[in-house]
Design a protein around this ligand. Structure first.
Ligand code: SAM
Length: 308
């Protein structure tokens, strides 16, 4: 446990999907004056340097956000897809890039905001943010990063288990909340813990908006998770939305020397319960562009489904 560090992955294709959905969802919820509480059950370190040691080692942002801001190589679009000029970027994707740009006033994307900083950047003074991070080093970095915001009591950082403790903030006094559940899925039990967490959270606060990120990898638990969340939402009579982004094949390949190559994370999904009604049309326009721009081979694709 605890080998996962988000700094290695910050700004990758999964972050592009997750943070585009997060911003579009949050901005809709912020249209109402009533205070909103955002609970981030797995917060990470908060801010990342894309030119730092961690990000440089894996280079995942080069095939993620940096392709969109022009700092990374842009491969030819998959067969049949048309390259989209920046001026025609879908609103949700353009907004995501604006938010990343706000952290990089000199251009490019040297600094990448994680979910805590994206959320804080958009919140109003009377909204609240509750952050959970269990990794000792990342929790310390998150604390230090958040301290610089001088946000006072608006932000609470807890070095605690998000699955086990985040429901204590539900329902919040204003009865309006967005809960982001974004574990590392380092251990197999995370999949079951997501389901238990969302089930408990829905019991306590049925009208909250819940957003769960998950990896799409060849593992039964990963395929079951969205199916089970869908069943849970449907049984509770709640609306749901499911968006996925695939950037490459999940096949393990063997080269001429007989060495096998694992593809890394090929795809991921966001599953929302009680999503804003505005989210589906925004994603219907943004997902094809994400698949086209972030494609690593001809298997790049997306899906968008909703119900309830
Ligand atoms: N939400 C962040 C973002 O979008 O910028 C990224 C989070 S990262 C995918 C998952 C984080 O959860 C890691 O930093 C990991 O240390 C932390 N973590 C793992 N298990 C946890 C738990 N039970 N409770 C809280 N945090 C946990």
């Amino acid at each position: 446990m605890f080998s996962y560090r988000h700094a290695f992955h910050a700004g990758n294709h999964a972050d592009v999907l997750k943070h585009t959905v997060l911003i579009a969802t949050l901005e809709h919820l912020l249209e109402k004056d009533t205070a909103l509480t955002v609970v981030d059950t797995h917060a990470g370190a908060g801010l990342y340097r894309l030119d730092g040691d961690y990000a440089g080692t894996s280079g995942e942002a080069a095939d993620g956000v940096l392709r969109l801001v022009g700092g990374g190589a842009k491969p030819a679009p998959p067969k049949g897809a048309k390259a989209v000029p920046d001026a025609q970027l879908a609103d949700a994707l353009a907004r995501y890039l604006e938010v990343v740009g706000d952290f990089n006033p000199k251009g490019g994307a040297k600094i990448y905001p994680g979910s805590p900083f994206i959320v804080h950047h958009l919140l109003r003074e009377h909204d609240k943010l509750k952050l959970f991070e269990l990794h000792p080093t990342d929790a310390r970095t998150l604390d230090a990063n958040i301290a610089q915001l001088e946000a006072g009591r608006q932000i609470t950082v807890l070095r605690d288990d998000g699955f086990g403790s985040a429901t204590k903030f539900l329902p919040p006094p204003s009865r309006r909340a967005l809960v982001l559940c974004d574990p590392s899925y380092e251990i197999k039990s995370d999949y079951a813990r997501v389901l238990d967490f969302v089930g408990e959270a829905l019991k306590r606060f049925a009208t909250g908006t819940y957003a769960v990120w998950y990896p799409i990898i060849p593992r039964p638990e990963a395929h079951d998770l969205p199916r089970r969340l869908k069943t849970m939402a449907t049984k509770a009579g709640k609306s749901w939305l499911h968006a996925t982004l695939t950037v490459k094949s999940s096949k393990i390949t063997t080269d001429a020397t007989g060495a096998t190559h694992r593809p890394g994370l090929p795809a991921s999904g966001m599953f929302l319960i009680n999503p804003p009604y505005t989210l589906k049309p925004l994603l219907a326009a943004a997902l094809p562009q994400m698949a086209e721009r972030l494609a690593q081979d001809r298997n790049a694709t997306f899906s968008l489904d909703s119900g309830g």
